[in-house]
Write a protein that binds this ligand. Structure first.
Ligand code: SF4
Length: 320
């Protein structure tokens, strides 16, 4: 039986909501099929007051083993590095986080705020928020770049705003069943099994991307959302078009641009006015290129694609 503790720092509970909607496996399956003992969770935990403090003390002292420490939300260090703005069980949450991370076999950061700081860490960052082991692209974060959990792994980062429910439960099952050592992580400590491919992989608009046919409104069924509406699908690592949301769809399938929420810089351009859902360009060339494409190559490729674009690419091919 693996003990799991889930705590929440500077968070909106979005990842908790996502987790509770998991299907393959579900949050219930974790307990009934995989023998995971959920010690406490912000929406499921039963212990309160003195009992909760007692359990927390038993965990940090090593009296009670902590197999999986899941953290959602940013680590809040305000005001002035004291962490007093975010207290839990009688003391600053950041003090618990430090001590729990030292005794946990695995530490898992769920969602953008826990991984890179996310929206709370957006400038001017009044909550002095950081992620567990990163602040945006900077390695270190709250626990420092050399941190390793008892099992010898750095923080396992499952980003997203929120993370897809199945990414969370499948990684929890992997570590609970002793397969944590098989996890291959990328340079941002994301499991490669989910974050090696791009949001664009499997997008139904790839033909329109190739022929440079643009969607100009949300929800439009034809056209690619990259050229005008700021879609970040070609440079965002996520399986959103491989592991669909609610088993049905994804943002780009529904006509909404990918906002790149699994990348450390999210929210891009610090949400400055005019930067959301709008492709940023210089002389008509996007500032942010599909990964691996240079600006000269892009100009040549899109000019040729536009000329070669067939008539059907401008039509709504989903109408019968
Ligand atoms: S840019 Fe966005 S909408 Fe266009 S094909 Fe890629 S993921 Fe799909």
């Amino acid at each position: 039986m693996a003990n799991l503790l889930w705590l929440q720092g500077g968070a909106c509970s979005g990842n908790t909501m996502s987790f509770l909607n998991a299907e393959e496996p579900s949050a219930c399956d974790l307990v009934t099929d995989f023998g995971i003992n959920v010690l406490w969770h912000p929406s499921l935990g039963m212990e309160l007051g003195e009992n909760l403090q007692k359990m927390m003390r038993a965990l940090v002292s090593g009296q009670m083993p902590l197999d999986i420490f899941v953290f959602e939300g940013s680590v809040v260090k305000a005001p002035n590095g004291t962490g007093q703005w975010n207290r839990f069980a009688g003391r600053p949450m950041m003090d618990w986080v430090r001590e729990l991370a030292n005794v946990a076999a695995y530490t898992v950061a769920v969602g953008d705020c826990a991984t890179w700081g996310g929206i709370p860490a957006t400038a001017p960052n009044p909550s002095e928020s950081v992620g567990l082991q990163f602040l945006k692209r900077g390695h270190g974060g709250f626990l420092g770049k050399d941190y390793k959990s008892k099992a010898g792994l750095p923080v396992i980062n499952i980003p997203g705003c929120p993370a897809h429910p199945d990414w969370i439960t499948q990684i929890v099952v992997a570590v609970a069943t002793g397969r944590g050592g098989d996890l291959s992580l990328d340079e941002f400590q994301r499991p490669k099994t989910f974050f090696q491919s791009f949001t664009q992989t499997g997008c139904t608009r790839n033909m329109h991307f190739a022929y440079k046919v643009s969607a100009t409104e949300f929800g439009q069924r034809k056209g690619c959302l990259f050229y005008d509406l700021g879609c970040r699908g070609p440079m965002t690592h996520s399986p959103c078009n491989r592991i669909l949301w609610n088993r049905q769809s994804s943002k780009t399938r529904a006509g909404m641009p990918c906002m790149g929420c699994t990348e450390p810089e999210f929210p891009f351009y610090d949400l400055a006015p005019g930067t959301v859902f709008k492709t940023q360009t210089v002389m008509g060339v996007p500032k942010d290129m599909p990964l691996g494409v240079d600006k000269t190559g892009y100009v040549k490729l899109t000019a040729a694609a536009k000329v070669a674009s067939p008539k059907w690419a401008e039509e709504d091919i989903f109408v019968v």
